[in-house]
Design a protein around this ligand. Structure first.
Ligand code: C2E
Ligand code: MG
Ligand code: MG
Length: 752
């Protein structure tokens, strides 16, 4: 489009001023030495005045002296339209000129008006008689510069060469015009005043004029005879003729017309637009185009070529204007071109139309640039659409707005900070699954900025949400609330959850083991793996707290895999040193929703070559069993693979008789709530019946939280077979476990 418009405008001559401007710059940049063969003598007396014949005689004498001094040629570029009142003076001038023979030329002034009609103003016949003629053509561009001159002109029926052509001694006289170059250093052109020369000695004249071509013209200062050349406002118009002659002599005919600039620029633009993959490539391309064009301009200038830049400049300007328009339209468009989702602009409109103040969420997709670089451009759209699909899946029924394909926004239907957080955590775990495109897995990170202010201005709200999402980072805080006072514990919880991944990696999360004891024999039969988090900032964080956070963040499987691997590895190590016990690992019931957990446990025992029946899975938080039938299938499967199953925390929360009734547990763990206080008969009765219930249902019963000798005694009495508690042993590091077992063995040996 830019090319077309430029074509039309060039026909309309709109380019001319820009071209001229370029030529002016070229003229000022370059400074060539002229040939030095052409010198100028300014006649500073008004010899056109017929009442002063004396001036014509004096000039005749100077001409004679110049001829004697060895001047090669003489060009008489003075207009004398009236004969002197003393005709002898004109004859004397003619005679002086004729001493040069055919080396002297007189000029005929020829002016062309706007309509194109030209009129000749020949000098007095008496003076010009028997001499060669040339045309002093006067036509200026409307900026006042003479950019080109005719080779020849038809004057009163005779075809005459123009003055510069005659001075340059061009033999062939082509039709048309030639460009006048102003790249010469005008100060190097010899220039004299006639009255001064008349005082000079013959030696001076021969030194200055021998072998030179002399142009005799009106002196500067007389208005009619001044011209404008680049860099100079007022010079004698003869200088234009001299520079034109120098142009011809130097063979500076190369004129780079508008078509060349047009073609070059057009091709470069097409090239850049064609090969650019993205915006930043394109910007580089623009820079490259500018550099190339500027370089060509400078090189051309140095070589003396006249370059017309108008078409290049215009095409670039039109292109830039068109691009800006597109950008502007995109910015203010209501529909995103790629995703066809409404834009943030539409969000702005929608926000101002609704009265409901729902929290505004902005999601940012991370690693977006890297993905775009890794994928071929043709797949970018697919990638973004897949992202949108995922969002749409989670944000069912809601309008999602898109901005620059990297930011998405929607209005939350949850209004509570906790509920929003929970929802976004779910979304994040959905996004933690890599996207598969063309068989390549692409990791997608997502963070959220939530705006919960009551601010009335929609643009402030959007800005607040954008600002919030700016502050998020994948590793540390993936949700940032902004606009209302957020409880500090909330913030701490949020950051805690985000740090779990990092902690797992850095092994700040580790496992300790609490011995499980056969109460009757006082012998250690197993260990329970308990996870610990030693946070560098907060110190030890209780699993009772962060396990829940982990669950919320959708990181439970990560954590469990980590603990399982550690615990089973340590179990294998204990076995090799002859300690034959079993290992209990806590498995959150939230994991009983898919088969992944089956593989996870099986892989752990396979990897460390441990028998499945050495591993007991303590199912915790049974209240959170997502689907009872499914959980049953999974547990039966695990059981059939030989794993031991325990119902943890029996008696509290939802770890109730129903679970015991429906699911295939081998072991029942009575919660520490029931062992804590055995002072009353009621409490003792309850504990006793719980133990009886488990035993009679055919399960092994283990009591948690044994903190005293009395409790231990009572449990033994009522026939509880296994126990665990601080009285027996605190959770221990692996090394301490070995010491503990050695110690217990020794005590036992001594006893027996
Ligand atoms: P739990 O499975 O019931 O584990 C027993 C908890 O009681 C442990 O707390 C243990 O240190 C504590 N305990 C042991 N003996 C005594 C005692 O005599 N008195 C008292 N007051 N407490 C005692 P911990 O280690 O803080 O773990 C808390 C809960 O965190 C566990 O309860 C379990 O539900 C969960 N958990 C721990 N590790 C994991 C894990 O790796 N995965 C999962 N999913 N949950 C875990
Ligand atoms: Mg447990
Ligand atoms: Mg428990």
């Amino acid at each position: 489009m830019a090319g077309l418009v430029t074509l039309v405008l060039s026909v309309a001559m709109i380019l001319d001023p820009i071209d001229q401007f370029g030529w002016l710059i070229q003229s000022n940049l370059a400074n060539r030495d002229p040939s030095g063969e052409i010198v100028y003598v300014g006649v500073d007396q008004d010899i056109a005045d017929p009442l002063h014949p004396q001036r014509r005689r004096e000039l005749a004498r100077l001409i004679t002296r110049l001829e004697r001094a060895g001047a090669d040629k003489l060009f008489f570029n003075l207009r004398i339209e009236q004969p002197a009142e003393d005709p002898g003076a004109d004859r004397q001038l003619n005679a002086a000129l004729r001493e040069f023979g055919d080396r002297a030329t007189v000029t005929v002034r020829n002016a062309t008006d706007f309509v194109g009609d030209s009129e000749a103003y020949p000098s007095v016949k008496t003076i010009t008689n028997g001499l060669r003629s040339a045309v002093a053509q006067e036509d200026y561009s409307y900026l006042g510069f003479t950019w080109s001159m005719q080779y020849t002109s038809l004057v009163e029926g005779r075809l005459l060469p123009s003055l510069p052509v005659a001075m340059a001694e061009a033999d062939v006289l082509p039709n048309g015009s030639f460009p006048v170059s102003y790249i010469f250093d005008i100060d190097q052109i010899g220039s004299y005043r006639s009255t001064e020369l008349m005082q000079k000695s013959n030696e001076y004249l021969s030194r200055s004029f021998a072998g030179k071509t002399v142009l005799l013209g009106p002196s500067w200062g007389s208005d009619e005879q001044t011209a404008k050349i680049p860099g100079y406002q007022n010079v004698a118009s003869s200088f234009v003729a001299i520079l034109a002659a120098e142009t011809l002599r130097a063979d500076l005919f190369v004129s780079v017309g508008p078509w060349v600039g047009f073609g070059a620029t057009f091709l470069l633009l097409i090239l850049v637009v064609g090969i650019s993959m993205n915006e930043s490539h394109r910007h580089l391309g623009y820079v490259a185009i500018s550099v190339v064009l500027l370089g060509l301009f400078l090189v051309g200038t140095a070589l003396g070529a006249r370059i017309s830049v108008g078409s290049s400049v215009l095409i670039l300007m039109i292109y830039a204007a068109a691009r800006l328009r597109v950008k502007w339209q995109q910015k203010f468009a209501l529909v995103d071109q790629l995703t066809k989702l409404p834009t943030f602009r539409a969000l702005l409109r929608d926000l101002s139309e609704t009265k409901k103040r729902l929290p505004l969420i902005v999601a940012e997709i991370h690693g977006f640039q890297a993905v775009l670089q890794a994928l071929p451009p043709t797949r970018h759209k697919d990638y973004i659409l897949r992202l949108v699909d995922r969002l749409a899946l989670a944000e069912d029924q809601k309008v999602i707005y898109a901005n620059d394909s990297r930011h998405f926004a929607w209005l939350s239907t949850d209004t509570e900070v906790d509920a929003i957080r929970e929802h976004l955590e779910g979304l994040r775990s959905l996004f933690s699954q890599p996207l598969v495109l063309d068989g390549t897995k692409i990791d997608v990170g997502i963070t959220f900025g939530v705006e919960v202010s009551e601010h009335p201005s929609p643009s402030v709200r959007i800005a607040t949400a954008m600002n919030a999402v700016e502050k998020t980072s994948e590793a540390h805080e993936f949700i940032v609330f902004d606009g209302a006072d957020i409880r500090p514990t909330d913030m701490w919880e949020l950051s805690l959850r985000a740090r779990i991944d990092a902690a797992l990696e850095r092994e700040e999360i580790f496992v300790v083991y609490q011995p499980q004891i056969d109460l009757a024999e006082g012998r250690i039969i197993g260990l329970e793996a308990l996870v610990r988090w030693d946070d560098p900032e907060k110190g030890a964080i209780s699993p009772a707290y962060f396990v829940e956070q982990c669950e919320k963040a959708g990181r439970m499987d990560h954590l469990t895999r980590h603990v399982l691997d550690r615990a089973v590895a340590d179990l294998a190590q204990l076995t090799t040193i002859g300690i034959d016990i079993r290992m209990s690992v806590n498995i959150s019931a939230t994991l009983l929703s898919g088969n992944a957990v089956i593989d996870m446990v099986q892989n752990a025992v396979d990897k460390h070559e441990v028998k499945a029946n050495r591993v007991c899975l303590e199912i915790t938080e049974t209240a959170k069993i997502p689907n009872m039938d499914r959980a049953l299938l999974i547990l039966e499967r695990l059981s059939s693979q030989g794993f031991r199953l325990a119902l943890d925390d029996f008696g509290v929360g939802e770890a109730n008789v129903e679970n015991l009734y429906r699911l295939p547990f081998d072991e029942m763990k009575i919660d520490k709530l029931f062992t804590r206080d055995l002072a009353t008969q009621k409490n003792r009765a309850i504990l006793q019946s719980l133990v009886a219930l488990g035993r009679e249902a055919g399960m092994e019963v283990i009591a948690e939280g044994i903190e005293s000798r009395q409790t231990l005694q009572f449990l033994k009495q009522i026939g509880c077979s296994l126990g665990q508690g601080y009285y027996l042993s605190y959770p221990l590091h692996l090394r301490q476990v070995v010491e503990y077992i050695d110690h217990a063995k020794m005590a036992n040996d001594n006893h027996s």
